[in-house]
Design a protein around this ligand. Structure first.
Ligand code: FES
Length: 93
């Protein structure tokens, strides 16, 4: 997944290897989250109008940087450590 493809203030859901990630460009850097809803493990989708990660399964919504905006989820999407290699996101684990 390429970092340059995500404009500042926007996010994109995708995969790094087999791992689902939710990547937000803060304008100063990227926030890379594990894209597994903490309610029942669906994958969220980026909502560009509201700038949130929205879960299609039961309506949970998350802040671009992972915090819960609306339940039923109670826990944030976890942040993942990463680095960039030729603009590709590489997870640390
Ligand atoms: S799995 Fe995401 S809201 Fe239930």
């Amino acid at each position: 997944m390429k970092a340059l493809d995500i404009p500042a203030g926007q996010g994109a859901a995708g995969k790094v290897g087999t791992r689902p990630v939710a990547v937000y460009n803060t304008g100063k850097g990227l926030t890379v989250l594990e894209n597994i809803c903490t309610h029942m493990k669906c994958q969220t989708q980026w909502n560009s109008a509201e700038r949130s990660w929205d879960c299609p399964c039961h309506g949970s919504r998350y802040h671009p940087e992972g915090g819960v905006l609306q339940g039923p989820a109670k826990r944030p999407l976890p942040a993942l450590e990463y680095h960039l290699e030729n603009d590709e996101i590489v997870l640390e684990e």
